[in-house]
Design a protein around this ligand. Structure first.
Ligand SMILES: [Zn+2]
Length: 278
C-alpha cells in the first residue's frame, strides 16, 4: 500500500513538473515538424511571444535551447497597456537582450499612431514591430474596440469595408509583421468567404509584399485560412510564425506543420529580420 502511495505521489509530482514546463513536449506532432523543418532547412522563430501570464524572457530563452523552435520576446505598447512610453520600452529591451543575445526582441503596437509616440531611436533598439488587426476604433465608452470581445454588427458588408480599410492603414505603418491576417470577430466567422473576397485578399497581400511585411501563420487561431495562405504564397509573400501566448504553456503547433507541408514552404518563403541577416 505504501509503495502504491509513493508511486502515485511521484507520478503526480512528475505530471506537475510536466504541466508547468514552458518547453515543447516531445510528441509525434512535434517530431514531424522537426523532420519537415530539417528537410527544408527552415528555422522557425516564434515572433509572437508575449511576456505575460508567467511567460518571461528567461523561459522563452530556455524554451529555444530545449528544441528546434526558436523564441522571441515582445512587449505590448499602447495607451491602454502597461507599457506606454519610450523609457518603459527601453527598460524592456535591455532586460530581454540581457537574457539572450540571439533572441529577437519586438514590440506589439496597439495604437494606430504608435509611430508618432515611439521615438525612432527607441524603435532602433527593437528587432521587429508586430501589429495585429484585432483592435479597431473605439467603443461607446471611449475604450479601444477589441474585436475578440462581443461585437454588435448590424451590417456585415459595411463593417467589412471599414475593417478592410483598417487593415490597409495598418500596412501603411512601419511594421514588420501583420499578425492574425484576415481575422474576423466571432459574430462574422461563418461569413469568411463572402467578406474576405479574393479581391480584398489580393489587395492586402499586394501591399504586404510591396512593403516587405511578413504575414503571420498563427498556431492558436484559425486565421488566416488556407485560401489566403495559398494566395499569399503564390504572390510571393513572406511568412512568419506566431503563437500569441497568454501564459507560459507551449501551444499545439499543428497549424504550422500543416502550413509548411501544404504550402511546401521553403527557406525563401520565411521572413527574416535584419538582426538575423547580419
Ligand atoms: Zn499579440
Amino acid at each position: 500500500m505504501k509503495r502504491i502511495v509513493v508511486s502515485f505521489c511521484l507520478a503526480a509530482a512528475l505530471a506537475a513538473i510536466a504541466d508547468t514546463s514552458a518547453n515543447y513536449p516531445v510528441n509525434a506532432m512535434n517530431r514531424m515538424l522537426e523532420v519537415e523543418c530539417a528537410k527544408r532547412g527552415i528555422t522557425i522563430i516564434d515572433y509572437h511571444v508575449h511576456i505575460r501570464g508567467g511567460m518571461t524572457p528567461e523561459l522563452a530563452a530556455e524554451r529555444e535551447k530545449a528544441w528546434i523552435v526558436r523564441s522571441s520576446a515582445m512587449d505590448n505598447h499602447g495607451r491602454e497597456w502597461d507599457t506606454k512610453n519610450d523609457s518603459q520600452l527601453l527598460v524592456f529591451a535591455e532586460k530581454a537582450k540581457a537574457v539572450s543575445d540571439r533572441m529577437p526582441v519586438g514590440i506589439q503596437v496597439n495604437d494606430r499612431d504608435w509611430f508618432r509616440q515611439i521615438s525612432p531611436s527607441t524603435r532602433e533598439k527593437f528587432d521587429f514591430i508586430l501589429a495585429d488587426t484585432m483592435i479597431m476604433g473605439k467603443r461607446a465608452d471611449g475604450r479601444d474596440n477589441r474585436l475578440w470581445q462581443p461585437q454588435t454588427i448590424d451590417d456585415p458588408e459595411k463593417w467589412m469595408k471599414e475593417y478592410f480599410a483598417h487593415n490597409m492603414r495598418i500596412l501603411d505603418e512601419p511594421i514588420s509583421i501583420l499578425a492574425n491576417p484576415t481575422y474576423l470577430p466571432m459574430e462574422l466567422a461563418d461569413r469568411y468567404d463572402s467578406l474576405w473576397t479574393d479581391e480584398r485578399m489580393r489587395k492586402l497581400i499586394e501591399k504586404a509584399v510591396k512593403k516587405g511585411v511578413a504575414l503571420e501563420i498563427q498556431a492558436g487561431s484559425p486565421y488566416p485560412r488556407p485560401r489566403f495562405l495559398l494566395m499569399a504564397k503564390q504572390m510571393g509573400a513572406k511568412f512568419s510564425f506566431g503563437t500569441n501566448n497568454f501564459d507560459s504553456k507551449p501551444k499545439d503547433l499543428a497549424r504550422w506543420l500543416e502550413a509548411i507541408t501544404w504550402l511546401d514552404l521553403q527557406v525563401s518563403d520565411i521572413w527574416t529580420p535584419a538582426c538575423l541577416k547580419r
